[in-house]
Design a protein around this ligand. Structure first.
Ligand SMILES: Nc1nc2c(ncn2[C@@H]2O[C@H](COP(=O)(O)OP(=O)(O)O)[C@@H](O)[C@H]2O)c(=O)[nH]1
Ligand SMILES: [Mg+2]
Ligand SMILES: [Zn+2]
Length: 285
């Protein structure tokens, strides 16, 4: 038996990447009924010949996403353009919440640095680094940051998220020219058109990493997140929260709240805190 990762599911077959190469696999009738196999699943296979194999077992998942349907994702890279389309920090913060709520590591890629002066890039990079995130400023035009981004994708299963036009496809094409993903393509409307049946595939990157070929987190509803849980997706709050007078503290109107104090003292960014309150209110209904 061999262990591998399901990288594609097409027409009842599962393509499984193993140290001995890729196999086209099918499911044994016995386990077919009670198993839903997702791209990203780790499976045990029994080769029939050098190209075909039978899936004997599916290993427990670390996590799974619904849209796109994919298991065992290590991280999600939020790609936000610094300009064109203009940077929307509330939308970025919303992406960060939704990604962390799905138990994924969130990494921020600030793309199109070529379109804004350096003096405008640094404050945003610092803001999010101080909040506790890994931030990579990139430009497909100048090549800045591309190697750093490529290194972050090594050996990992990643999905890219972020608004349409931010440069997700361009970045992947630069890292792996073989992809030839369409650039400047209008975002696909889910639930309509011929793309709805489009399969998910984990594309191979240089350095053994893989990336989902569809943008992740197209739905950014906060629904399902507990209001008391929201604060954990603002990593910069965590350090200060133990000093709040109340426990638990929503860091909203409670007296002697260390997080609010941190905002006043400039330890926590006012904009981030505002977005936290906005999301908290959104979760009230
Ligand atoms: N100036 C500039 N334009 C970029 C950069 N990256 C992507 N673009 C352009 O932005 C547009 C949208 O890119 P695309 O990769 O399709 O974005 P996606 O919707 O996130 O996949 C295209 O016209 C790209 O050529 C960059 O770093 N700098
Ligand atoms: Mg694209
Ligand atoms: Zn508090």
């Amino acid at each position: 038996m061999q262990e591998g990762t399901v990288v594609k599911a097409v027409g009842g077959f599962f393509f499984v990447d193993t140290p001995a190469g890729e196999y086209r696999c099918y499911l044994r009738g016995r386990i077919k009924r009670d198993l839903v196999i997702l791209v990203g699943d780790r499976v045990k296979i029994r080769p029939v010949d050098r190209e075909n194999a039978v899936i004997e077992a599916v290993l427990p998942r670390r996590n799974s996403l619904i849209r796109p349907p994919i298991a065992n994702v290590d991280q999600c890279i939020v790609v936000a353009a610094l300009a064109n389309p203009s940077l929307n920090l509330k939308l970025l913060d919303r992406f960060l919440v939704v990604i962390q709520a799905a138990s994924l590591e969130a990494i921020i890629c600030l793309n199109k640095t070529d379109l804004v002066p350096v003096s405008e890039v640094a404050p945003i990079v610092n803001l999010y680094r101080q909040a506790g995130f890994v931030v990579v400023p990139t430009s497909v035009r100048t090549g800045a940051g591309i190697e750093t981004l490529a290194r972050l994708l090594e050996d990992k299963i990643s999905v890219l998220a972020g608004p349409s036009g931010a440069g997700k496809s361009s970045l992947l094409n630069t890292i792996q020219p073989g992809f030839s993903l369409e650039v400047g393509e209008i975002s696909r409307k889910l639930g309509r058109g011929r793309h709805t049946t489009r399969h998910v595939e984990l594309l191979p990157l240089p350095g053994k990493g893989r990336v989902a070929d569809t943008p992740g987190f197209t739905s950014l509803h906060l629904a399902g997140i507990d209001r008391r849980e929201l604060m954990y997706y603002f990593p910069e709050f965590i350090e200060l929260a133990p000093d709040c007078r109340f426990n638990p503290c929503l860091h909203w109107r409670e007296p002697e709240c260390a997080v609010r104090e941190g905002v006043k003292q400039g330890k926590i960014d006012r904009g981030r805190y505002k977005h936290y309150l906005d999301f908290l209110q959104e979760l009230e209904g």
